[in-house]
Design a protein around this ligand. Structure first.
Ligand code: UDP
Length: 252
């Protein structure tokens, strides 16, 4: 039987939300089942998100994060933690992947996730707006070995693993059956870190693997780029006078 994919997406209402969620759902719909899409919102289930999810044709769970967060930057982190709690509590079995709604994903990425046994990682392409060029973040590979990291120089010395939130996936049993992975049961996995921005990924990954030898680069050699983190979010949309949109634009 095919491995289940557990795709975790934090989301919130804004003008481009419908476009983002529809785009992601249309890729997920092309992935052979079983695929479970866990979509998490803050405070309450919005009508907008519910409507979109109902018509995707993808198996989904719509969760709500009840944690109060004053810091916008921490919201997505709390929402992903709600999904992790859910996976652990219900002992969901599959490969967990944090897929933000605004990134661009190739179908091949989701197909490759099924090759992962413990922890898989791959390079993610990003647009560096200030530099007007594309950069990579993620593993440098030699065959099936991770031998180094593409990184952006800003944080080179500090982070242990240079992986984007959308550049890794792992076996969900690590969360609820750590013994199977030769981890002591007392050493339960803490959730994503909310304190230091930019350190969430590495802090989490350091709990899941000891070092690079336990990582599986996918696909072989990491030769293809399968997702883009574009930061295309329009934070300061300019609307014609009187046309200001509070909610997402309806897309069909
Ligand atoms: N997000 C969210 N609530 C927020 C801010 C972000 O649910 O208040 C989600 C967003 O929809 C996306 C993910 O968190 O799926 C990453 O957010 P963002 O795009 O702002 O981060 P960036 O891509 O800049 O790292």
């Amino acid at each position: 039987p095919r491995k289940q994919l557990i795709i975790v997406t934090p989301t919130y209402n804004r003008a481009m939300q419908a476009y983002f969620l529809n785009r992601l759902s249309q890729v997920l719909r092309l992935v052979p089942p079983p695929v479970l899409w866990i979509v998490v919102e803050m405070s309450k289930e919005s009508i907008e998100t519910s409507k979109i999810l109902r018509k995707t044709g993808v198996m989904y769970r719509h969760l709500v994060c009840m944690k109060n967060s004053t810091n916008v930057k921490d919201r997505g982190v709390h929402q992903r933690n709600t999904a992790l709690e859910h996976i652990e509590h219900h002992k969901l079995d599959g490969i967990v992947y944090f897929a933000d709604d605004d990134n661009v994903y190739a179908l091949a990425l989701f197909e490759s996730l099924r090759e992962i046994s413990r922890f898989g990682t791959w390079p993610v392409a990003m647009l560096a707006p200030s530099k007007n060029k594309a950069i990579l973040e993620g593993p440098v590979c030699n065959g099936s070995q991770v031998i180094g990291w593409h990184t952006n120089e800003k944080s080179k010395k500090l982070r242990r693993f240079h992986v984007d939130m959308s550049g890794f996936a792992f076996n969900s049993t690590i969360l609820w059956n750590p013994k199977r992975w030769h981890r002591p049961t007392s050493d339960s996995i803490r959730q994503l870190d909310t304190v230091k921005e930019g350190f969430q990924e590495t802090t989490f990954i350091e709990q899941i693997v000891e070092d690079e030898s336990q990582m599986e680069p996918i696909p072989y050699q990491c030769l293809r780029i399968m997702n883009w983190h574009l930061h295309l979010e329009g934070r300061n949309f300019v609307y014609p006078r009187g046309w200001h949109l509070q909610k997402n634009l309806v897309t069909v």
